[in-house]
Design a binder for this molecule. Structure first.
Ligand SMILES: [Zn+2]
Length: 191
């Protein structure tokens, strides 16, 4: 449903308190600076914000309707934004470049998923790792190849990669959702 919006390691998870502020709860995931700095739309939708939003720095939000349900994704701290409000974007289309604008101490993407929509104070935020793979797509492809699949390591979450993830999940009695979450990752690493 959603794809990973960029390459890079998950450096901070949903719900964790921030290092320099013990009270705040983290309403998204942080994806580090390793790999390509391109930021892609996690799903097809319409751009609803493309501007500086306080500590988020340069920020994009995109509204999606997926399987009849509404979601809004948020991409923060961008170096540059390459879309405009009202623009339709396709899943995987580049929307900006990773940066460190706003309240940020280094280059990373702060990514949020809201159900059904983004509101100030983020009451509708859900854990993005329920929807996107925990590790980068090229790492997923390398792990799948070590267990016998023959994928091209291109970092693109295309149909062949998703089919291989689902096939692995099916053969290992895991939930077949095509997402490399903690259980699928543990099973892949055990092989
Ligand atoms: Zn963050």
């Amino acid at each position: 449903m959603f794809i990973r919006p960029s390459e890079g390691k998950i450096t901070s998870r949903f719900g964790e308190t921030r290092k320099n502020n013990a009270i705040k709860v983290h309403k998204g995931v942080d994806i580090g600076s390793d790999g390509s700095p391109a930021i892609k739309a996690a799903a097809s939708g319409v751009v609803t914000r493309a501007k500086v939003i306080g500590g988020y720095g340069n920020t994009i939000t995109i509204a999606h309707t997926l399987n009849g349900k509404k979601y809004e994704t948020l991409y923060a701290h961008l170096k540059s934004i390459s879309v405009k409000v009202g623009q339709s974007v396709k899943q995987g289309e580049q929307i900006g470049i990773k940066g460190t604008t706003g309240n940020s101490t280094g280059i990373h993407l702060h990514f949020e998923i809201h159900k059904p929509s983004y509101e100030a104070g983020q009451p509708n935020a859900v854990n993005p790792l329920y929807y996107i793979s925990e590790i980068s797509v090229s790492e997923v492809q390398k792990l799948l190849n070590t267990v016998g699949y023959k994928l091209v390591i291109d970092g693109i979450e295309g149909p062949l990669t998703i089919a291989a993830i689902k096939d692995f999940q099916k053969n290992n009695s895991l939930i077949v959702d095509g997402i490399v979450g903690p259980k699928t990752l543990a099973a892949l690493k055990k092989k």
